[in-house]
Design a protein around this ligand. Structure first.
Ligand code: C5P
Length: 206
């Protein structure tokens, strides 16, 4: 069973994906970490975020076993990730890795932006998890504050809106709900309510 979970930043998809993976005993890949790793490496090596060939080379050299989720979740990395993710050559370098993960025997849970549309259109279960920009900004703000990053709610909201626009507007694998994905709007739900709703949707699809 492949479970594909897509949605915008801070929609709750990551938590839902992790819990579904634990619940069903499936391996889980947070595909945003791949783009974040490329963005972080580009920032560290001072690679221009418009230099598609150089960024694709970084993506090709990525060691998926060496991803450090803690470091990659920093605010500045998300913006760089979204920029590198708009480049077709970067996405192409990360495609096989994700498809191989999805198609391993026994199944998998993947979350990202294009799992149900591009990476695993054949997935048995697809969820599109979303929430209002304001709700997502409040969550991300609390998360960043918890990490000791001091940033205003307005700045977080502006970053979320910019990323939404870039992720949804790009020509290559844009963020879009697959026609056969169940919609889960978590605006007025806490984490446990979101999880219960997701589990009910998955149960209905299986
Ligand atoms: O989900 P997360 O916020 O960690 O993703 C960081 C960025 O990586 C997103 O803003 C998006 O541009 C990109 N991404 C993507 N396709 C995916 C996962 C993430 O383009 N499957």
């Amino acid at each position: 069973m492949i479970i594909a979970i897509d949605g915008p930043a801070a929609s709750g998809k990551g938590t839902i994906a992790r819990r579904l993976a634990a619940h069903f005993g499936l391996p889980h890949l947070d595909t945003g970490l791949l783009y974040r790793a490329v963005g972080a490496k580009a920032l560290a090596d001072h690679v221009n975020l418009d230099d598609e060939a150089a960024l694709a080379a970084l993506a090709g050299a990525l060691d998926p076993a060496a991803l450090d989720p803690e470091a990659l979740k920093a605010g500045a990395v998300g913006e760089a990730a979204s920029r590198v993710a708009s480049l077709p050559q970067v996405r192409a370098k990360l495609l096989t890795l994700q498809q191989d993960f999805a198609r391993q025997p026994g199944g998998a849970v993947l979350d990202g932006r294009d799992i149900g549309t591009v990476i695993a259109p054949e997935a048995e279960v697809k969820l599109f998890v979303t929430a209002s920009p304001q709700a997502r900004a409040a969550r991300r703000h609390a998360e960043l504050a918890g990490r000791g990053e001091s940033v205003t709610l307005d700045a977080v909201l502006a970053d979320i809106l910019k990323r939404d626009q870039r992720d949804s507007g790009r020509a290559n694998a844009p963020l879009i709900r697959a026609g056969d994905a169940a919609l889960l709007d978590t605006t007025d739900m806490n984490i446990d309510e979101s999880w219960q709703a997701a589990l009910a949707l998955v149960a209905a699809k299986r």
